[in-house]
Design a protein around this ligand. Sequence first.
Ligand SMILES: Nc1ncnc2c1ncn2[C@@H]1O[C@H](COP(=O)(O)OP(=O)(O)OP(=O)(O)O)[C@@H](O)[C@H]1O
Ligand SMILES: [Mg+2]
Length: 234
Amino acid sequence: MTIASPPNSALISARNVSLSLGRAPSRVEILRGIDLSVAAGESVALLGPSGSGKSSLMAVLSGLEQPSGGTVEVAGLDFTALDEDALAVARRGRIGIVLQAFHLLPTMTALENVAVPLELAGERDAFARAATELAAVGLGHRTGHYPAQLSGGEQQRVAIARALVARPALIFADEPTGNLDTATGAAIMDLLFERHAASGTTLFVITHDPALAARCARVIDLADGRIVADRVSA
Ligand SMILES: Nc1ncnc2c1ncn2[C@@H]1O[C@H](COP(=O)(O)OP(=O)(O)OP(=O)(O)O)[C@@H](O)[C@H]1O
Ligand SMILES: [Mg+2]
C-alpha cells in the first residue's frame, strides 16, 4: 500500500527557478537557482540592490512572467503549467499585486481603477467598496481624478487600493512606500499589516525601506539573481 504524501502546505513554492531575458549576445541571466517556500500567513520582505532581480522574482512568483526554468506553485497550482488566461483566472480575487510602475488604466478615474478587480469578479457593490478602499489609503477626496491628475504617491496609493480591494489572501507589493513621505508610508504600512493581522493575508513586499522590512517577520536578500540570505527579521 502506498501512502499519499501530504499536500504541499506552502502557499508559494519555487523550485530551481531561473529567468533569462533578451537574445544572445545581450542575453541576461536575471534569476538563478531560486528555491523558496512561503507559508500562508507569512510576511516577507525582499531586499537587494537595484537590478538584483527583485521585481523579476515577484513577476515570476505572481504568474505575470513565466520562468525560463524551474517550477512555481501557488496555492497548489502549478503556475508554470498554466497559460496567461488561466493565470489571470487563478489570480482573480486571490492575489493582489502592486507593481513598481503602478499600471493604472489612464482612461479610468481612481474609483474606476480600484473597482476593476471587483467588477471582474462580478461584485454588485464594486463602486461602494472601491470608495471605501480609496478612503482607507487617504484618497477619499480624489476618487474622480484620472491617473494623470494624480501625484506619483497618489497613483501608488490607488494601485495599493486596487490590490487590496478584493481582500486577496496573498499580496505582492513592489516598493509600496517608495513614492510616499514618511507619514503616508507609515499609514500604508499600517493598512497592509492590519490586513495581515486581521485576515492572515500573506504579504510579499519588495522594499528599500528599513522600517517596512523590520515589520515583516522574514527578510530575504537577493543579489545578482540569487537568494543570498533568508532570515527572521531582526
Ligand atoms: N525585458 C528585459 N530584458 C533584458 N533584461 C531585463 C529585462 N527586464 C529586466 N531586465 C534586467 O534584469 C535585471 C533585474 O531587473 P529587476 O527589475 O528585477 O531588478 P530590481 O531588483 O527590481 O531593481 P530595482 O530595485 O531597480 O527595481 C536588471 O539588470 C534589468 O536590467
Ligand atoms: Mg524593481
